[in-house]
Design a protein around this ligand. Structure first.
Ligand SMILES: *Cc1c(COP(=O)(O)O)cnc(C)c1O
Length: 451
């Protein structure tokens, strides 16, 4: 038997390492990683198959060591969570680079003594929202968690049943409440909650009233909800705080730029909210962060909580956030300077013209494999902002010819040097060009497309 079945023994790693192609990999990645990659690759080949082992090792290294790479988001969802949400402005990149080395992160240069890291953004946030104080954490989920832990341990938080949202991934209001160690007191029904529902739920164990912005869905028809000002009135009459989880947290009225209206942080503060939490990388257009603004005494309480230390922001993120807030403070020029807003308000005619300009090159690259046309489509803001509002846009539509599928076309696009991410719908690939700013880069790599 042994003589008939040759053992599938892989070649020795030492022999592979001596090959010129392996030496080139060692030059790039260092010896220990290349040894690990060769071991992983060699297991699936037998002696004599050296070229495929080296190719597999190179693919392994590429896959496991390169970190997040640049892609072209042509999904039509501008703030796409899986694709990193808001694209950062140049000003933020420069600020991150400046803060990368030693920096006055927690150092007061005037006094020469210890400073406060959130202070770099606090004055701007107060200016932009009308709040007394501000605090920064890692994301909005962390902001809500810290708020509940600091203000409502082992006590009740009153929330409308219509606002017990799941944001996607693992952020569900009831779960966060449990994790924070407080008790959720649901009031009202899915579609209707009235002032008396809140008032009747308040008791000796109540810590605060909470309103959650229904980010990713809409309730229509026979509905009723209690506005922030009225809810604040009910809470304050009982000496309780009212807090708002605003989610995308716009700092300006988007109607100013012809976009669907979103509630602003300033409005929530003006309506009487004691604390408002929101994300840094949604409509604010900055890095991933969670922001809490509101009453100084409550913010101070959150700042003193041990969890704040575990959720604090990194210096480069604070630098980027401060840069974006500086842009936000000049709304007249914001639409040109902030990529997220620039992309959101891009007119359909401009996007359609870009699609017409790129269509011939794409059609040539897919000659005989797909029919390429320009079609109107609808983009969405994403990250839970205004799910029912769509932004008119234009797409390159790739309809595969017989023998090829839309999925295969989408895969080929993802394999380009700068991966192109579109969406597959009704047997075609749609590339919504709203977020394509590097048209030349896109066109330059089309000849490499190989479905
Ligand atoms: C997006 C969102 C969150 C979660 O924010 P992250 O910054 O992604 O952690 C929480 N609440 C609401 C209402 C949201 O829209």
């Amino acid at each position: 038997m042994d003589a008939l079945v040759p053992p599938r023994r892989p070649p020795a790693i030492g022999r592979l390492l001596a090959l010129p192609a392996a030496r080139a990999l060692v030059e790039r990645h260092g010896r220990p990683l290349v040894v690990e990659a060769l071991r992983a690759a060699a297991a699936s080949f037998r002696a004599g198959e050296e070229a495929p082992i080296l190719a597999a090792a190179e693919a392994w290294l590429d896959h496991h060591t390169r970190g997040p790479r640049r892609v072209l988001n042509l999904t039509g969802t501008v703030l796409h969570t899986n694709l990193g949400r808001a694209p950062l402005p140049e000003a933020a990149l420069a600020a991150m680079a400046e803060a990368a080395g030693a920096t006055d992160l927690e150092f007061d240069l005037e006094a020469g003594s210890r400073g406060e890291r959130d202070a770099h953004c606090e004055a701007l946030l107060c200016h932009l929202t009308g709040a007394e104080a501000a605090l920064l954490v890692n994301n909005n989920a962390a902001a809500v968690l810290l708020l509940l832990r600091a203000l409502a341990p082992r006590r009740e938080v009153v929330v409308s049943r219509g606002e017990l949202v799941e944001i996607g991934g693992a952020f569900r209001i009831p779960d966060i409440m449990r994790e924070a160690g407080c008790r959720l007191r649901e009031v009202g029904t899915t579609n209707r909650t009235h002032p008396r529902d809140y008032a009747e739920a308040i008791g000796p164990r109540t810590a605060l009233l909470m309103k959650v912005h229904r980010s990713n869905y809409a309730i229509e028809g026979f509905t009723a909800e209690v506005a922030e000002a009225e809810l604040a009135g009910i809470a304050h009459a009982q000496g309780l705080p009212m807090v708002v989880d605003l989610g995308s947290g716009s700092l300006h009225d988007l109607a100013r730029w012809g976009l669907p209206r979103e509630p602003t942080v300033r409005e929530a503060i003006a309506a009487g909210a004691d604390l408002v939490t929101f994300s840094g990388d949604k409509l604010l257009g900055g890095p991933q962060a969670g922001l809490v603004v509101g009453r100084a005494d409550l913010v101070a309480k959150l700042r003193r909580h041990p969890l704040k230390r575990a959720l604090r922001l990194d210096k480069t993120t604070i630098a980027a956030l401060a840069a974006v807030l500086r842009l936000q403070a000049d709304p007249d020029r914001l639409a040109e300077r902030l990529p997220a807003l620039r992309l959101l308000r891009r007119p359909q005619a401009e996007i359609a013209a870009l699609a017409e300009q790129l269509r011939p090159a794409l059609a040539a690259a897919l000659e005989g494999q797909a029919v390429v046309s320009v079609e109107p489509c609808e983009s969405q803001i994403g990250s839970g902002a205004r799910p029912s509002d769509r932004l008119p846009s234009a797409a390159l539509c790739l309809r595969p010819r017989r023998g090829l599928t839309a999925e295969a076309l989408a895969t080929a696009l993802r394999r380009l040097p700068v991966p192109v991410i579109g969406r597959v719908a009704r047997g075609a690939v749609l590339l919504d060009l709203r977020c394509l700013e590097d048209a030349e880069g896109f066109a330059a790599q089309l000849p490499l497309l190989a479905p």
